[in-house]
Design a protein around this ligand. Structure first.
Ligand code: ARG
Length: 296
């Protein structure tokens, strides 16, 4: 199962995950030094120096406690001065279990030099928590962890977005290392520069997606992969509704204020948990970006 799948024909052959990730633990990075001090995505324009730090801390703490209230343990990584985007803990790595159950993590190579130093702090955390850490080989290829890699719920199958932050060459490498097939999705709209801003699986059959973010081919692949697709209207996509997170197959934690999409999600039986991440949206990230799910 180490081949890269570019069409979804083999999808039904993907085995279930060996140990189903119940997603009971996540890693978040404390927002003490969170700020917008450079522009590396369109959402950051006009927000340099415009972060309300007290509000950001409250929003982060509320998000953390929402996870805790639904029974998820939150590990917290200490922040580092001047690493303003470190709070977006989804991007620096891709942790997983091997087919034998070993805990491994592949570290990212961030596209922007501003963010590259973040990676080693996460690698140290994984080192100290019993993971085998795989750092980038030569030549390093741009790869932004679970910003661009999304697991299909209940399957050993990954979707990887490429085009802005992750290089297409990283797909083959990830598939080979992890021994899981990959569905490659080209991202074509810079507002949706990470896959996690545009595709949000809720359960094995259901996903929210942002039609404008994908090429025609990508569209078709997503349609083949999920039986129930909820297209997000562009205004709600810009409100990061596709960056929500369903950690347990039941609760959907999401930025408040996207009624069309969240009503559709609620009608399918999910419980909507609205939070406010407005300070982080100024930097181009919301719920999904602000945590790393650790393999159970
Ligand atoms: N300012 C950060 C960046 O542009 C935001 C990252 C958001 N993370 C995400 N997984 N979408 O890199």
């Amino acid at each position: 199962m180490s081949t890269v799948i570019l069409n979804a024909a083999e999808y039904s052959q993907c085995p279930p995950l060996l140990k189903r990730q119940k997603e009971k633990c996540i890693l978040m990075a404390h927002p003490k030094y969170f700020d917008v001090q450079y522009v590396i995505n369109p959402h950051m324009k006009e927000h340099i120096g415009n972060i309300d730090k007290i509000k950001a801390l409250k929003q982060w703490e509320t998000l953390k406690s929402q996870y805790e209230q639904i029974g998820i343990f939150v590990h917290v990584l200490n922040p580092v001065p001047e690493l303003y985007d470190m709070v977006f803990a989804a991007n620096q790595s891709l942790p997983y279990r091997t087919l034998n159950g070993e805990q491994v993590v592949v570290m990212s190579k961030m596209h922007s030099p501003y963010r590259q130093p973040e990676v080693e702090y996460f690698a140290e955390w994984y080192d100290n928590h019993g993971y085998r850490v795989i750092r980038q080989n030569d030549p390093p290829v741009d790869f932004e962890g679970t910003g661009d890699v999304i697991w299909h719920p209940q399957k050993r199958l990954m979707y990887i977005g490429y085009g802005f932050r992750t290089d297409k060459a990283a797909l083959v490498r990830a598939a080979q290392l992890i021994q899981a097939p990959v569905i490659a999705l080209e991202l074509i709209d810079p507002r949706f520069y990470h896959l996690d801003t545009a595709l949000c699986p809720l359960d094995e059959r259901t996903a929210i997606f942002v039609p404008d973010a994908f090429s025609t081919e990508g569209h078709a692949l997503i349609e083949q992969s999920f039986e129930r697709l909820i297209p997000a209207p562009i205004s709600e996509a810009m409100n990061f509704v596709a960056n929500g997170h369903c950690p347990d197959g039941r609760h959907f934690i999401v930025q408040k204020g996207s009624p069309v999409t969240t009503n559709a999600v609620a009608e399918l039986g999910f419980k909507i948990v609205e939070v406010d991440t407005s300070e982080f949206i100024k930097s181009g990230g919301s719920v999904f970006c602000m945590k790393m799910v650790l393999p159970a």
